[in-house]
Design a protein around this ligand. Structure first.
Ligand code: GLC
Length: 528
């Protein structure tokens, strides 16, 4: 694992909704730079920005039309350079989002690739040989070229061509991943990454990294502990070509996969980190939200048997056994990320009490992983289920503006109408939470401080789970120091014998005569 990841805490920013510096109703790079001191005050040491490149925004910027230009709504390349400088000065690394599996259909590469006459871009995308040929999901009849293209996500996102896992003589257009004709595209991405790494960027979060080679899809939802490399030869080979080339020159840069199978992305394909997501097991057993029959249905928000549901019917069993499998599989190659949230998920704080949100933060900031905090989660910002914009669908509700003040537009923008609406809950703002030492915001700051102060909580330190129910008890140790963490997300009051030498932090808990009383939604971090 890269050294700096051991003590890293990331902060994810959805740029259009962070801070609007020029009054056009949309967040921008200058706005993020203006908030560098706030980000520093959280104690995080890296930020990940969702896509900032030129895009028609049919999928929130995950449809890039020029990788080497900053979208006008966010500012300019000079603004990015200035932002990197400002963050560097504060000891904060900057990671960009690289969408490698597809472009926008407005990208010049695609426009040229769609031409009837063969040219140097013809093989950049996956096209059938004839417009009359069928293949699942293929988009037919939109262009002059005699062929149809394979979309990678939405129809406006044609799949880039990194080849297929196997050749098929009935479909000669399915090129093998080692085909020489595919080399120029890989080179394009190596050059794009080099360009930003040379500019001072510290790495990339790589979008849909597991699916770039077709018919060799590296995610296996039916068996997350699948260690086999069947069907992975192509994706392994391609990532080795790309990351292998970059790693030689750039030693300290981080490559984060969005893949959701760390044993494949990290262990097999050379990434440093990968995400678990709230939607996939076993992470979804912690605080997954499910859609009920109507918006008022509380089931929409919290599934009853989640570990972090107050009724205390869940268990950490599945999460812990998967995590333990991963620690072993990954060794010291890298780790997983159990984020507080992302731009793709229902916001974690939705429908939860501040004490519950703090309990979740206490867990995620002490359990063995590399923590990622999604902007706004630190003030308990909730999901807005009424919105859908930029191809976001229900995800849009997790992308509303950061709430800085209690005033107009929550201090996000001077413009009357903001691109996405701000929320209405007064207590969910930086301004109101700054006043309260016990607020979610100040608790998150304190927890990050604790993580830094106690190396036993570093990502590389060991972890032993002692109990996985209510309360959950685990120990973190780096050999010299051992920290005990106890969490009780339930509504019940629980008692437990403890041996400890010092209380590092407690919420809704007290200790007397070697026994800890854990009231509803409590946690304790103790030094052994
Ligand atoms: C990733 C992104 C998501 C996007 C999709 C297609 O999952 O996180 O927001 O819609 O890829 O690029």
């Amino acid at each position: 694992m890269l050294n700096w990841l051991d003590s890293a805490v990331f902060y994810q920013i959805y740029p259009i909704s962070f801070f609007d510096s020029n009054g056009d109703g949309m967040g921008d790079l200058k706005g993020i730079e203006l908030k560098a001191d706030y980000i520093k005050s959280l104690g995080v040491n890296a930020v990940w920005l969702n896509p900032i490149f030129k895009s028609p925004f049919k999928d929130g910027g995950y449809d890039v039309s020029d990788y080497l230009a900053i979208d006008k709504r966010f500012g300019s390349m000079d603004d990015l350079v200035s932002l990197i400088k400002a963050f560097k000065a504060r000891g904060i690394k900057v990671v960009l989002d690289l969408v490698i599996g597809h472009t926008s259909d407005k990208h010049e590469w695609f426009k040229k690739s769609a031409k009837a006459k063969r040219n140097e871009y013809s093989d950049y995308y996956v096209w059938t040989n004839s417009v009359f040929e069928n293949y699942p999901g293929i988009v037919r009849g939109l262009y002059y070229r005699d062929g149809s293209y394979l979309p990678n996500y939405y129809a406006s996102q044609p799949a880039l061509n990194f080849g297929f896992e196997n050749v098929d003589e009935n479909c000669p257009w399915k090129m093998h991943y080692t085909d020489e004709r595919l080399k120029p595209l890989r080179q394009e991405f190596i050059n794009i990454m080099r360009y930003y790494l040379d500019l001072g960027v510290d790495g990339f979060r790589v979008d849909m990294a597991g699916s770039i080679v077709k018919e060799g899809w590296g995610f296996d939802g039916s068996n997350l502990c699948n260690d086999a490399e069947d069907g992975l030869q192509g994706v392994k080979w391609v990532w080795n070509e790309i990351l292998g080339a970059l790693r030689k020159e750039y030693k300290d840069k981080v490559f984060i996969a969005e893949w959701v199978m760390p044993q494949r992305s990290v262990k097999t394909c050379g990434f440093d980190l990968d995400f678990l997501t709230h939607d996939t097991p076993p992470f979804n057993s912690l605080y997954r939200y499910e859609k009920g029959t109507n918006l008022e249905d509380t089931d929409y928000f919290v599934r009853g048997d989640n570990y972090f549901s107050p009724n205390g019917k869940g268990s950490l069993e599945d999460f812990v056994s998967y995590a333990e499998y991963l620690y072993k599989a990954l060794g010291d190659k890298g780790l997983f990320i159990a984020p507080t949230g992302t731009h793709d998920e229902v916001r974690m704080p939705t429908g939860k009490s501040p004490d519950m949100i703090k309990t979740i933060f206490a867990f995620l900031l002490t359990v063995k992983q590399v923590p990622f905090i999604y902007y706004g989660d630190e003030i308990g910002l909730e999901h807005d289920f009424t919105l859908s914009k930029d191809g976001g669908g229900v995800r849009t509700g997790a992308r509303t503006p950061m709430q800085w003040t209690d005033g107009k537009n929550r201090g996000f923008s001077a413009r009357k109408l903001t691109y996405l609406p701000t929320s209405y809950k007064k207590e969910q703002s930086v301004e109101s939470q700054e006043q309260d030492a016990n607020s979610i915001l100040n608790t998150v700051r304190e927890l990050i401080k604790i993580r830094k102060q106690y190396p036993a909580l570093n990502a590389s330190s060991n972890q032993t789970f002692i109990e996985k129910g209510y309360p959950a008890v685990f120990e973190r140790s780096n050999g010299e120091q051992t920290v005990i963490v106890i969490v009780n997300p339930s509504n019940q009051t629980l008692k437990k014998k403890v041996s400890y030498s010092n209380v590092i932090k407690m919420q809704n808990a007290e200790i007397s005569d070697g026994e800890i009383t854990l009231n509803a939604q409590s946690f304790a971090i103790l030094l052994k």
